[in-house]
Ligand binder design. Structure first.
Ligand SMILES: NC(=O)c1ccc[n+]([C@@H]2O[C@H](COP(=O)([O-])OP(=O)(O)OC[C@H]3O[C@@H](n4cnc5c(N)ncnc54)[C@H](O)[C@@H]3O)[C@@H](O)[C@H]2O)c1
Length: 334
């Protein structure tokens, strides 16, 4: 039984607390948050103790920590947790600074404890089935990947200001999805972005609508489309074209009823947002972490994957500013 400390008691921590408690291989023993009331409330809900982060890291009975604190704390907490001998699952992104994330990557490797990054979409049953079919060669040689990822509504501008920008905060999931499906990192990243939904987002120095094109050494191409607003709900689709066919992962809908009348044919909207769409994925992500840590086997998503996606976000941010493609090697200093 993996004994787990949860760092953070905010929005996503609540989702993880459920996953930890319902998994038969793990138990939630403690929760910490700089907001002591939030930690106490979440801990009580799951029969755990509210402790400080130091107390969790110093407790030898705690095997693993799940880091669900604000992004600016991730690198520090990964370093401290692995130094304390804990296995780690940390929410995305690793950091907002690529250089800081790379320093964390080096130190965590030295500490030698497993670190997984919370790219939950890899565990979505639709996307993982698409990936499995592609890997089995069911559409021949893959050629063109298209990822659509639209949020239902933009977050508050106060959040945008500390988010690190759309590419690091939002498209980071899609960069990882591209790496997951293509099985390789791209060689160039070209981005265009605009703040067409809310001028206040532009005034805060960010974009709310963006398209990125990725090129690969073997000639393949990927396109990622992001928007902070889709009035019909959370639009999360992946399409992969190959030499022998096409794979498409469609949206999850609120229900499967299709109404056909003389007026036309209509159906339900996509589920509203990530908590509705990805709940099974968060549980599967945690289950994969527990299984790998208990078996001492390789993690399905690593800190290296987190840094790889962040490098693409960095390249996209630069490209959107300059209007020029950016070689990933330039960003990585390779
Ligand atoms: N994978 C996903 O789908 C997904 C979804 C939402 C958020 N996230 C990521 O999860 C992280 C948290 O997001 P959220 O929406 O839950 O934010 P949130 O603001 O609701 O929660 C963050 C919590 O961390 C606490 N905190 C901040 N610094 C701390 C510290 N040093 N020690 C202990 N606690 C501290 C805050 O008090 C707050 O309660 C972010 O990095 C975000 O990018 C991932």
């Amino acid at each position: 039984m993996l004994k787990v400390g949860l760092l953070g008691a905010g929005r996503i921590a609540g989702v993880h607390a459920t996953a930890i408690s319902t998994n038969p291989g793990s138990t939630l023993v403690a929760v910490s948050d700089i907001n002591g009331d939030a930690a106490a409330k979440l801990a009580e809900q799951y029969g755990a103790e509210a402790l400080t982060t130091d107390a969790i890291l110093n407790d030898p009975a705690i095997d693993a920590v799940l880091i669900a604190t604000s992004t600016d704390t991730h690198s520090d907490l990964i370093e401290r947790s692995t130094a304390a001998g804990k296995a780690v699952l940390c929410e995305k992104p690793v950091d907002l600074s690529l250089a800081r994330a790379q320093a964390c990557q080096k130190l965590a490797a030295k500490n030698g404890k497993p670190v997984m990054i919370g790219f939950n979409r890899r565990f979505d049953p639709n996307f993982s089935a698409l990936k499995a079919a592609a890997d089995k060669g069911e559409i021949g040689k893959t050629e063109l990947l298209s990822i659509t990822s639209f949020d239902p509504a933009p977050p508050p501008v106060a959040y945008i200001k500390v988010s690190g920008g759309l590419f690091r905060d939002m498209m980071i999931h899609d960069f990882d999805m591209a790496n997951f499906i293509m099985g390789a990192a791209p060689i160039t990243v070209s981005a265009v972005g605009t703040s067409i939904i809310d001028p206040a987002i532009g005034e805060a120095g960010d974009v709310d609508t963006a398209v990125v094109t990725l090129t690969y050494a073997d000639g393949r191409i990927a396109v990622i489309k992001n928007s902070r607003r889709a009035v019909y709900g959370y639009d999360q689709r992946v399409e992969l074209l190959g030499s022998e066919g096409l794979l498409q992962a469609q949206n999850m809908l609120e229900n499967t009823v299709v109404k056909s009348t003389t007026e036309g044919v209509t159906g339900a909207k996509p589920t509203y947002f990530f908590l509705e769409r990805y709940m099974p994925a968060y549980a599967a992500e945690w289950a994969a972490f527990v299984a790998a840590v208990n078996a001492g086997s390789a993690l399905p998503v690593t800190l290296d994957d987190g840094v790889a996606a962040l490098a693409m976000a960095e390249a996209a941010t630069q490209s959107a500013k300059t209007g020029k493609p950016v070689a990933l090697s330039e960003v990585l200093g390779a």
